[in-house]
Design a protein around this ligand. Structure first.
Ligand SMILES: NC(=O)c1ccc[n+]([C@@H]2O[C@H](COP(=O)([O-])OP(=O)(O)OC[C@H]3O[C@@H](n4cnc5c(N)ncnc54)[C@H](OP(=O)(O)O)[C@@H]3O)[C@@H](O)[C@H]2O)c1
Length: 217
């Protein structure tokens, strides 16, 4: 497909940002979304400097009115959505189960699960009417295995994979594909916030067969 219209949430940093830059270099038309206006405008300028038609749209994926508006603004600007990458996510408040609270649950699930659900809901609304499109949810290896000290994040990514499988079945035959990508530890702000110390990061890397972190790009 030439010049696909690509919507990316969580686009201002890490994996979402690398995704936006890669699509820009491939000639895509991009809506890059995030919560921070100044950083969003800076990314918009960077994507345009690569020759891409790109626009930043502010949206918090926990808010349905903002997600609906993000999707509607994408269609108003570019006429369709070919690809949606739902990369917005949070590590929440990692720690043992006995320290978790209703607040730490909500801090993680509201973005990772509700945010992915609302994003898919509105992206699908457009893509099913088009009869084509591809949605990619960013899960994690923690979406299908356990991790001590990360129960709530792990549960949220299991939920992302469950929603992805279910939505893919609902969309089967409509021309819309829905998949999840499950990265291992990747060198982003989230990984460093999650591990907190160099020792903990080194210990995590020992669990990776290749013995190194992935790069977002
Ligand atoms: N890094 C890893 O090792 C790793 C491994 C597996 C999966 N992942 C997943 O990869 C995805 C991207 O994470 P990353 O590693 O690239 O970390 P990151 O740099 O922290 O990116 C996460 C992005 O999501 C945005 N975000 C958070 N809450 C949001 C909300 N409510 N509404 C809109 N945007 C929101 C953040 O923006 P703010 O700055 O405004 O918070 C940030 O730009 C996440 O889903 C993460 O769970 C990461």
């Amino acid at each position: 497909m030439s010049n696909p219209v690509v919507l990316i949430t969580g686009a201002l940093t890490g994996i979402g940002r690398a995704t936006a830059l890669a699509f820009a270099k491939d000639g895509a038309q991009i809506v890059a979304s995030g919560r921070r206006e100044t950083e969003g405008k800076a990314l918009e300028a960077e994507l345009r400097s690569l020759g891409a038609h790109a626009v930043f749209v502010r949206a918090d994926v926990r808010r349905e009115d903002e997600v609906r508006s993000l999707v509607d603004q994408t269609v108003a600007r570019f006429g369709r959505i070919d690809v949606a990458v739902n990369a917005a996510g949070t590590e929440g408040e990692p720690g043992p189960v006995i320290d978790q609270t209703a607040e730490s649950y909500a801090a993680t699930f509201d973005t990772n699960v509700l945010g992915t659900l609302l994003s898919m809901k509105h992206e699908l609304r457009v893509m099913q009417a088009q009869g084509r499109g591809s949605i990619v949810n960013i899960s994690s290896t923690y979406g299908h295995e356990g991790a001590a000290g990360a129960s709530v994040y792990v549960a949220s990514k299991h939920a992302v994979e469950g929603m992805t499988k279910s939505a893919a079945l609902e969309a089967a035959g409509s021309g819309v594909r829905i998949n999840a990508v499950a990265p291992g530890p990747t060198e982003t702000g989230m990984l460093n916030r999650f591990t907190r110390t160099a020792d903990r990061k080194a210990a995590l890397l020992k669990t990776v067969p290749l013995g190194r972190v992935g790069e977002p790009s």
